[in-house]
Write a protein that binds this ligand. Structure first.
Ligand code: NAD
Ligand code: MG
Length: 399
């Protein structure tokens, strides 16, 4: 018999890559989960189809102008979901008493407030939205500690680390004899591209990841390796591990999703096909295991596993993330905000690929470092950094 009682879920960012994978796993186990709320920014067609399939009590749209579109379509299709909008509505469905577990899969800083609301409400919180933790690290982990929320990393690397630790030691791996965390990285689509050619790469090339299919923002982050930088900061907060004890290991096959090295010389790894449904199913069913629809790993087909040191000259974003973590205070929030603005500008064709790192570096230099003790402090640091990054992006357009 299942030791987990039926779970009622809110999926924040339901129409995205992680949201779709989550609902795919949920649909395979109809008796086990039900959907309380689904949210999206403005993709009304996808959200409508999901509402008709899963009959949530609430659907939340970030974009208020899209609300009547969804309401009308729901009405015509006989759906009974109530449509809400705004960040308060996101917080409401993340912290509602009738919710057991929340999948936080909004992309970027926009996901912070609802994820934090779920943490403060003591929910089982499945965190894909790494930017939330990068922005507000200490504040976020304090909220988890104070409420007793159960925090499950969804990022494949952090989920692998969680799985490679003894039960109950996720918040204090050193007490379990952990010496280092070995965070694996694919190296993205430009691992072997000549550095001079990076100048001219297009958003389409940057989004064509060799192993994973993901949203556009995280795909660009993987191409700059800022994704790994954000993940170093994420690992620092999740597992309380200092930067010096986190080693990034480039592993182009993306089969080992990360490793934990113990003082006795043991290294424990989690392996699997690169499919986010594995970490999602792990978090959904923990401590049990459920079918995720993922095909079995064929080691004979993979045949070999390679490892390389990361090239910080080629990938300055990774270096900048380590620097921001060492600076502390608002620096990781500044790094994240500048990155979001620069990635947006790159995807819109306003700046070239290499300008992403330059924009972040300039913003980190200019932003005054502040302590971040409250949500207001975090949001202020984020807002100032965005302003500085936008100035930087515009300035370089002048002759
Ligand atoms: P995505 O772009 O595919 O989806 C983002 C979702 O958030 C969509 O539902 C979108 O409607 C919603 N959204 C976007 N902006 C919003 C806003 N301002 N307000 C409210 N909702 C908004 O992104 P994704 O690839 O699914 O990634 C989601 C998060 O998970 C990111 O933080 C990413 O770093 C993390 N993550 C993703 C993967 C992956 O394989 N895709 C792996 C690890 C971690
Ligand atoms: Mg990852």
């Amino acid at each position: 018999m299942s030791i987990n009682r039926h779970q009622r879920l809110t999926v924040l960012g339901a129409t995205g890559s992680i949201g779709l994978s989550t609902l795919d796993v949920v649909a395979r186990h109809p008796g086990r989960f039900s959907i309380f709320a689904l949210t999206a920014q403005r993709q009304t067609d996808k959200l409508l189809a999901q509402c008709l399939q899963f009959s949530p009590r609430y659907a939340v749209l970030g974009d208020a102008a899209s609300v009547p579109v969804l309401q009308r379509a729901l009405h015509e299709a006989g759906g009974r979901t109530e449509v809400l909008t705004g960040v308060e509505a996101l917080e409401f469905v993340a912290a509602h008493d009738d919710v057991d577990a929340v999948m936080a899969a909004i992309v970027g800083a926009a996901g912070l407030r609802p994820a934090l609301a779920a943490a403060r409400a003591g929910k089982k919180l499945m965190l894909a939205n790494k930017e939330a933790l990068v922005l507000s690290g200490q504040l976020f982990m304090d909220a988890v500690g104070a409420s007793g929320a159960a925090l499950f990393p969804i990022d494949s690397e952090h989920n692998a680390i969680f799985q490679s630790l003894p039960a109950g030691y996720a918040r204090d791996p050193r007490a379990a004899g952990v010496r280092r965390i070995l965070l694996t990285a694919s190296g993205g689509p430009f691992r072997t591209t000549p550095v001079e050619a990076l100048q001219d790469v297009t958003p389409e090339q940057a989004c064509a990841h060799p192993n994973w299919v993901m949203g556009r923002k995280i795909s660009v982050d993987s191409a700059t390796m800022m994704n790994k930088g954000l993940e170093v900061i994420e690992a620092h907060w999740l597992f309380g591990t200092p930067a010096e004890q986190i080693e990034v290991v480039v592993h182009p096959q993306s089969v080992i999703h990360s490793m934990v090295e113990y003082v006795d010389g043991s290294v424990i790894a989690q392996l699997g096909n690169p499919d986010m449904r594995t970490p999602i199913a792990h978090a959904l069913a923990w401590p049990e295991r459920i079918d995720a629809g993922v095909k079995a790993l064929d080691l004979f087909e993979i045949a070999r596993l390679d490892f390389e040191r990361p090239d910080l000259e080629r990938f300055p974003c990774l270096r900048l993330a380590f620097e921001a973590l060492r600076m502390g205070g608002s620096a990781p929030a500044v790094l994240n905000a500048a990155n979001e603005e620069a990635v947006d500008a790159f995807l819109d064709g306003r700046i070239g690929f290499r300008r992403i790192a330059q924009t972040i570096e300039a913003t980190l230099e200019r932003a005054v470092r502040m302590p971040v003790d409250s949500l207001d402090d975090v949001l202020a640091a984020d807002a100032v950094a965005r302003e500085l990054a936008r100035l930087e992006i515009r300035k370089r357009h002048l002759p």
